[in-house]
Design a protein around this ligand. Structure first.
Ligand SMILES: Cc1ncc(COP(=O)(O)O)c(C=O)c1O
Length: 463
């Protein structure tokens, strides 16, 4: 018998920029230096065990640090350090271990930890109803899944079934999940390179960003990018759905409202469904319950995840227009944990907390404060190119600096400088500091985080 290992070849190396689009690299010398300076022996042991037992992959193993506790806006690591978590994978709108979510989960586990398929349960029904209530517009029919990627897959299937077409339009540079179907609509080589043919008909467009606009438009007009979508719909035909984040969560890229309004018109004209991936942006993050509210448009399907499970349980889902309830004889999701009562209890407590504590209004107010403060830093530090924000989703984009170096190196130095001072966030696209604090953060804590950033920026001039 032949040795199966003989067929294992070294995959081609991924382009360095591609590696950085979704998050900071886990293979940099800066990371090693940080670990040597700040982590104790016990942590190094766990990190080594992690590296031994898990398959290594970009953005994950080898890991940066090992944590033992998460509470509110803080992580506590093995070395005894307390770290403000402005990353949290975006699951922590209500912070970690929110008492209301924790209690709901504990109560539910004690009574009914699972719901076998074919049965339903009151908590799942309550969550579906409550989710529909807080979703603006006509979207009201719900399906749950254990993770965002699976929920995007459900939206893709529903769009195919409802339209009888299979092609999609999505954006280069986007991330919608890492499974084989969903990487077809994603636009990053990091997730698809070397994996062979993906889904046919997955067409990609340039996101509506202003730099180097191929249409030569003025800053942020977004007009030609939208008209290009018409061109595709007209000439390609057979488009089932436009799938996109209304605000790109990782780089905090906000199109103009006119862009989404035009795309909505085009979708209506060509019978195409508009699917918004709000896995990172929904449930208050951007100062609205859903990010699409900023643009005055309504999608046909919205996909949520991440913080839906309150930072405790994995939970995602789609909310669709009622007219899309057309697949009663097919299986769109069929996930084992589709109506998991513990996840649903977490989801329900999360939504109630967001509503009762007005975390949406809080995100809006604190987000504005943070952006104002960061604009002040921008005046002080010339390596900051732009501050972008929607609620408590904030991007600090850096630019190359003649004295301090290329923006991706500056971003890494700032990130590790901040980690050393107890503030964690991710870097997207190599040069965007992506700040995603829990919506329960206090004003003092937010100011403290910004002054840490100020110190790190200051360090660039003195290092
Ligand atoms: C915009 C977006 N869509 C989809 C996903 C995939 O969600 P999950 O990791 O829960 O499968 C993510 C995860 O980071 C995301 O940021």
């Amino acid at each position: 018998m032949s040795d199966p290992r003989a067929s294992v070849s070294q995959p081609t190396a991924i382009d360095e920029h591609q590696e950085r689009i979704e998050g900071d690299t886990n293979r940099s010398p800066q990371r090693i230096a940080y670990q040597q300076e700040f982590l104790d022996e016990a942590t190094h042991r766990v990190l080594a065990e992690d590296a031994e037992h898990f398959l290594h992959q970009s953005l994950s193993t080898p890991c940066i640090d090992a944590i033992v506790e998460a509470e509110g806006i803080y992580l506590h690591d093995i070395s005894g350090r307390k770290i403000m978590d402005f990353h949290g994978n975006g699951v922590h709108q209500v912070g970690f271990r929110h008492p209301r979510v924790m209690q709901a989960v504990k109560d539910q586990i004690d009574v009914m930890p699972f719901c076998t398929r074919r049965y339903t349960n009151q908590v799942a029904v309550n969550l579906a109803q409550r989710l529909a209530e807080v979703t603006p517009g006509s979207l009201s029919k719900v399906l749950f899944a254990p993770g965002g990627t699976s929920a995007i897959g459900m939206a893709m299937k529903l769009a195919r079934i409802a339209t009888g077409r299979y092609k999609t339009i999505s954006m280069w540079g986007s991330f919608h999940g890492a499974s084989m179907d969903v990487i077809s609509v994603g636009g990053q080589a990091l997730f698809s390179e070397g994996l062979g043919p993906l889904l046919p008909g997955a067409l990609h467009i340039r996101p509506p960003i202003s730099e180097d606009c191929p249409f030569g438009c003025e800053k942020r007009c977004n007009r030609s990018c939208a008209e290009y979508v018409r061109h595709i719909m007209q000439n390609e035909g057979g488009i089932a759905a436009v799938i996109a984040e209304p605000i790109r969560w990782s780089t905090v890229t906000l199109p103009l409202a006119e862009y989404w309004q035009r795309i909505r018109e085009l979708c209506d004209e060509y019978g195409v469904l508009l699917v918004f991936d709000e896995i990172g942006t929904a449930l208050g993050r951007t100062g609205r319950m859903f990010a699409y509210e900023h643009f005055g448009v309504e999608p046909d399907i919205v996909v949520i995840g991440k913080g839906f499970g309150g930072g405790v349980m994995p939970l995602a889902g789609i909310v669709a227009r009622p007219e899309l309830d057309v697949a009663g004889d097919r299986a769109i999701g069929h996930y084992t944990h589709e109506k998991n009562p513990v996840s649903c209890a977490a989801g329900l407590a999360t939504i109630e907390t967001i509503v009762d504590d007005d975390l949406v209004g809080r995100a809006d107010r604190l987000g504005q404060l943070a952006v104002d403060e960061l604009q002040r830093l921008r005046e002080k530090h010339s390596c900051i190119r732009e501050i972008r924000g929607a609620g408590l989703l904030i991007g600090v984009e850096l630019q190359d600096h003649s004295q301090f170096g290329p923006s991706h190196q500056l971003a890494e130095r700032i990130m590790y400088g901040a980690m050393a001072r107890g503030l964690s966030f991710k870097v997207s696209s190599g040069n965007v500091l992506t700040l995603v604090p829990p919506l329960v953060i206090s004003e003092d804590e937010l100011r403290q985080a910004i002054s840490i950033l100020d110190e790190c920026l200051q360090d660039l001039t003195t290092d």
